[in-house]
Design a protein around this ligand. Structure first.
Ligand SMILES: [Fe+2]
Ligand SMILES: [Fe+2]
Length: 295
C-alpha cells in the first residue's frame, strides 16, 4: 500500500475503526501531487458537531462520569490528531522523507492514545460520540499552506498545549484517587514530549540567522490563531525544556497573553498542582504500572 492511499483511507473511509488501523509494515512512500482534503469523512456516531462541549471543571472530577467526559474531550483531540497527520502526508508529499516518517510515527502513537482513552472511558461509562465532538483543530487547517505552518500549528501549539493539559489532568485524576485515568494521561504525556520534540527539531532547523526562533514561530501563525493556544491555562516551562525548546522561546511563550487569556479560574488548581510528583511524571507512571509491562 502507498503512503497516500493509507492517508486517504484514514481520512475518507469514515468509520471509527478505520481511523485506528495501523499502517501496513510494507508501506511504500510515494510523492503524488499534493491533495488538500477539506473535511474528513466520519460515520454518524463520530460526526463533527457545532455544539459547544466544555471540559468539566477540575473541582467536579470527584464524579466518575465527569472524569469520563474529560477523557472524551481529550479523545476528540486524539481523533483529530490522527486525521491531521494523515492530512499532512497528503498535503505535503514532497517534503523530506524523514519528516513524513515522523508524521507517521506520531500518527501511530495518536492511534494508541485514542485507544487508551476509549478503553478508560468505557470503564467510566461513556462512549466516544456520546458528547458533541468539536472540530477546533480542523478549523485552523484552511490557513496552513506550508509544512512549517503545519509544524507550528500542530506540533508546537496544539501538542505543546497538550503537555500542559496532561500535567494538569494527570494530577487532577491522582487528586481524586483515579490512578487508572492518571496512568493513561501520563502515558499520553510521555509520547507527546516526543511529538513536540519532532516538531521542534524540524522547526528550529529552519530558523534563519536574522530572526529569533520566537519571532519565526509567530510569523508562521495566522491571526486569530495566537501563541495563547500553544499553552494551557497553566504553563509548565519544564515540559518545554524537556522537549529542547530554547530559553528564549520558553520565556516568550510563558509571557504571552492576548485578550482571551486568564479566562479560566479553577478552584482546585492550586491543591492539584501541589501534588508531590510534579516534576517526575515518568517515575510516577512507573509506580502506577509496576508489573504491567506498559512502560
Ligand atoms: Fe496524542
Ligand atoms: Fe501528539
Amino acid at each position: 500500500m502507498k503512503s497516500s492511499e493509507y492517508a486517504k483511507y484514514l481520512l475518507l473511509e469514515g468509520s471509527l475503526h478505520s481511523k485506528l488501523v495501523p499502517p501496513p509494515k510494507d508501506l511504500e512512500w510515494d510523492c503524488p501531487e499534493p491533495i488538500r482534503i477539506e473535511k474528513p469523512n466520519r460515520e454518524s456516531k463520530i460526526l463533527w458537531s457545532e455544539k459547544k462541549s466544555k471540559i468539566p471543571r477540575l473541582e467536579h472530577l470527584n464524579q466518575a462520569r465527569l472524569r469520563g467526559e474529560t477523557l472524551h474531550h481529550f479523545a476528540n483531540h486524539e481523533l483529530m490528531a490522527i486525521e491531521l497527520f494523515a492530512w499532512a502526508i497528503l498535503a505535503f508529499p514532497k517534503v523530506q522523507l524523514e519528516l513524513r516518517k515522523d508524521w507517521l510515527r506520531t500518527l501511530i502513537e495518536e492511534q494508541r492514545h485514542l485507544r487508551l482513552y476509549m478503553k478508560r472511558m468505557g470503564d467510566l461509562g461513556i462512549e466516544l460520540g456520546e458528547r458533541p465532538l468539536n472540530y477546533l483543530f480542523w478549523k485552523q487547517i484552511p490557513w496552513v499552506e506550508t509544512e512549517l505552518q503545519f509544524t507550528s500549528l500542530v506540533s508546537l501549539s496544539l501538542e505543546g498545549a497538550n503537555l500542559d493539559f496532561m500535567q494538569i489532568y494527570s494530577r487532577a485524576f491522582a487528586f481524586y484517587g483515579d490512578s487508572e485515568s492518571e496512568s493513561v494521561t501520563l502515558q499520553v504525556y510521555c509520547d507527546e514530549i516526543k511529538h513536540v520534540k519532532r516538531g521542534w527539531l524540524h522547526f528550529s532547523s529552519q530558523v534563519s540567522n536574522d530572526m529569533s526562533d520566537w519571532d519565526f514561530f509567530r510569523s508562521q501563525l495566522v491571526f486569530p490563531f495566537t501563541p495563547r493556544r500553544a499553552k494551557a491555562y497553566n504553563f509548565f516551562p519544564e515540559t518545554r525544556r524537556e522537549v529542547g525548546c530554547s530559553e528564549n522561546f520558553i520565556s516568550n511563550l510563558g509571557d504571552y497573553s492576548d485578550k482571551y487569556s486568564n479566562q479560566w479560574k479553577q478552584n482546585q488548581l492550586d491543591a492539584i498542582l501541589d501534588l508531590p510528583y510534579l516534576n517526575d511524571p515518568r517515575n510516577r507512571l512507573k509506580e502506577l504500572v509496576k508489573g504491567e509491562g506498559i512502560v
